[in-house]
Design a protein around this ligand. Structure first.
Ligand code: OKP
Ligand code: ZN
Length: 359
């Protein structure tokens, strides 16, 4: 299996975040990529490739098919605006949040706001500090994902379960059209889905989100869109707290194209997880029009993950890969979460080897 990565994705390295009120070392670290790459290089099943620097289609257009121009300009410029008025040089951090009850007094132009105010418009939590290199790293993450998507679309070898892995970082599934949060700045999986629809004649994409957390961003981006079927397994009632209920089923023409399968914290075992994943696979197979599968791959479902509460063992990951394989679609795996450094690489490798039928 081909694996795409890019060294620029390591540049995003904020010193800290706030977790449960505590200032802690940033959990979503560049070492995550190194750990995964290290584990994949131990197996001859993988070929690790640097995402090309000269992207032929305009990467900016691909991003703007998902995110608003104002939001992307914010990501690009806020660090220099913030430091110019004396903000801390290590990273931009939200100071306030524009709560919905503060939006009903006429809309101020965000462009004219203070650099101290803008993060409160474009960010929903305290896990997305923006450093001098964050934008460059987020662009690299998109480049990795699009390189892998293009390879999938152009080089697929006719095998029903052909797959490719985008070792993307920073992750993406929490980013909405104009809102970052949850370590995510640009929604890599959503950008890839749009790219396959618009540049490779795809009629319908399924996004299967198996990160522990609900992908509120991906759900929001495609909530009205019947061309993208979003199916998510995630912890019931955990971060990002306000989305992910099974009653969220899509809206307008997108009704019936959003499926949330929340699972109980502290009680989700290998068997319950795999049974639920098979239900997700059935939902996707019920949509015969799906021509590509994008998997938002998180392994923060692992029992020892420092911020999550499922009970999965390492033996579960090859089973997960086999179930994804059973969907029998050309598959783009895109890296999302997973924070237990000692097993992160092995667990990702387990999923991908299970998919390849190599265990
Ligand atoms: C990103 B991904 C919860 C703390 C939340 C942010 C978590 C982002 C997860 N106790 N902090 O979906 O793995
Ligand atoms: Zn997660």
């Amino acid at each position: 299996m081909r694996v795409y990565w890019h060294s620029d994705s390591l540049l995003h390295d904020p010193p800290h975040e706030i977790l449960s009120g505590r200032l802690v070392t940033y959990l979503e670290s560049p070492d995550r990529v190194k750990a995964i790459e290290g584990a994949l290089e131990q197996s001859d099943a993988f070929e690790v490739i640097a995402a090309e620097t000269d992207w032929p289609e305009d990467i900016k257009d691909c991003i703007l098919a998902v995110h608003s121009k104002e939001y992307v300009e914010y990501l690009e410029n806020i660090y220099s605006e913030w430091t110019a008025i004396g903000g801390d040089k290590s990273a931009v951090f939200p100071e306030t949040f524009q709560h919905r009850s503060m939006q009903s007094f006429g809309s101020r132009n965000t462009n004219s706001m203070s650099p101290l105010a803008k993060p409160g418009v474009y960010c929903f939590d305290l896990s997305c500090p923006i450093t001098s290199h964050t934008y460059r790293a987020a662009i690299a993450s998109v480049r990795i994902t699009l390189s892998a998507a293009r390879y999938l679309a152009t080089a697929r070898n006719g095998s029903p379960h052909f797959g490719v892995f985008a070792l993307a970082r920073p992750p993406g599934h929490h980013t909405q059209d104009a809102l970052c949060g949850g370590y995510c700045f640009l929604n890599n999986a959503a950008i890839a889905a749009k790219y396959l629809l618009e540049h490779h004649g795809s009629k319908c994409i399924a996004i299967l989100d198996i990160d522990y957390h609900h992908g509120n961003g991906t759900q929001q981006i495609f909530y009205h869109n019947p061309q993208v079927l979003y199916v998510s397994l995630h912890a019931d009632g955990d971060y990002p707290y306000f989305t992910g209920s099974s009653e969220e089923r899509g809206s307008g023409p997108g009704l019936g194209y959003n499926h949330n399968l929340p699972l109980p914290r502290q009680r989700t075992t290998d068997d319950l997880y795999c049974d639920t994943l098979r239900k997700a696979a059935d939902i996707i197979q019920d949509h015969a029009e799906v021509d590509y599968l994008v998997v938002s791959l998180g392994v923060d479902t692992y029992s020892e993950d420092p911020i999550c509460d499922f009970l999965l063992t390492q033996a579960c990951y090859p089973r997960v890969g086999e179930i994804v394989k059973s969907i029998e679609k050309p598959t783009l795996f895109v890296m999302e979460g997973g924070y237990h450094m000692e097993t992160l690489g092995e667990n990702v490798r387990g999923v991908l080897l299970g998919f390849e039928g190599r265990r």
